[in-house]
Design a protein around this ligand. Structure first.
Ligand code: GLU
Length: 271
């Protein structure tokens, strides 16, 4: 190949690489969100106190406050869209939401489809039962019915932890709790941080047993968008450093919240 041809080829390759690089970065959700002026967060409406509808009919909760903090950090408005455990990953992949702040455990199996932020909440799975039920742990669930939600790690974990239990699944957590209240299920299982959302206002119910599984929550984003993921990670770290995380935690899980749950982990902060 002549020198001139080499130069032409090299220039073409460079132009191509640059334009690919530019279009890839132009497609970051961070840029899309900033141009739009709105961050669309997929949140739960069925998981008190992370995301639920209050007496005034407004969606509120810990996850919603985290989403609002991130939107404020990015200088944009926040729009909320309801997701369930079952619909959240498809809704993110279809582009219906920019991120998922939705009680979602980050795990390797889910990381095949989407990416996750650093851990922003430390949860673990337990059981909720009616007081005096005699059920103390998964060992007492042989031949018993346990309610949970489709698309959750809770369903997969409980089937492994107690293969002799009947697992009754629903779309949303209030339906699972209703099954226990109506005696159609002996127990309900998911993260204790969600169970407290039902046991808190209903003192006839209690959370029992050792942890069935650790369930660290991450914010879900689409694959290969480190610009957006970095912005989210740094917002989570800033929320922790500034003390806003503790304020929001105390509001939803503090001794006067009605959903008391001591904090069990510290957010990873990069220097
Ligand atoms: N954290 C668990 C999960 O990601 C249970 C809570 C939920 O269903 O969102 O599946």
């Amino acid at each position: 190949m002549k020198f001139k041809q080499k130069v032409v080829l090299f220039t073409l390759a460079l132009v191509l690489a640059l334009s690919l690089g530019v279009s890839a970065s132009a497609q970051s959700t961070l840029d899309v969100v900033k141009a739009r002026g709105v961050l669309v967060a997929g949140v739960k409406f069925d998981a008190p106190p992370f995301g639920f509808i209050n007496e005034k009919g407004e969606p509120v909760g810990f996850d919603i406050d985290v989403a609002r903090y991130i939107a404020d950090k990015l200088g944009v408005k926040l729009q909320l869209k309801q997701v369930t455990s079952q619909t959240r990953i498809p809704m993110l992949l279809e582009g219906q939401v920019d991120m998922l702040v939705a009680t979602m455990t980050h795990q390797r199996a889910r990381d095949e489809a989407i990416d996750f932020s650093i851990t922003y909440f430390f949860a673990d799975q337990r059981l909720l039962v009616k007081k005096g039920s005699g059920i103390k742990s998964v060992d007492d669930l042989v031949g018993k019915t346990v309610a949970t939600v489709q698309g959750s790690t809770s369903e997969i974990n409980i089937r492994k932890a107690q293969p002799k239990a009947n697992v009754l699944t629903f779309q949303e957590y209030p339906q699972a709790f209703l099954a226990v209240q109506q005696g159609r299920a002996h127990a309900m299982t998911t993260d204790a941080s969600i169970l407290v959302g039902f046991a808190g206002p209903n003192p006839d119910y209690e959370i029992v047993g050792p942890s069935i599984a650790p369930e660290p929550y991450g914010i879900g984003v689409r694959e290969n968008d480190s610009k957006f993921r970095d912005a989210i990670n740094f917002a989570i770290m800033d929320m922790w450093i500034s003390g806003d995380y503790h304020k929001v935690y105390d509001k939803w899980f503090g001794p006067n919240s009605g959903y008391y749950l001591p904090m069990t982990g510290a957010i990873e902060v990069w220097p």
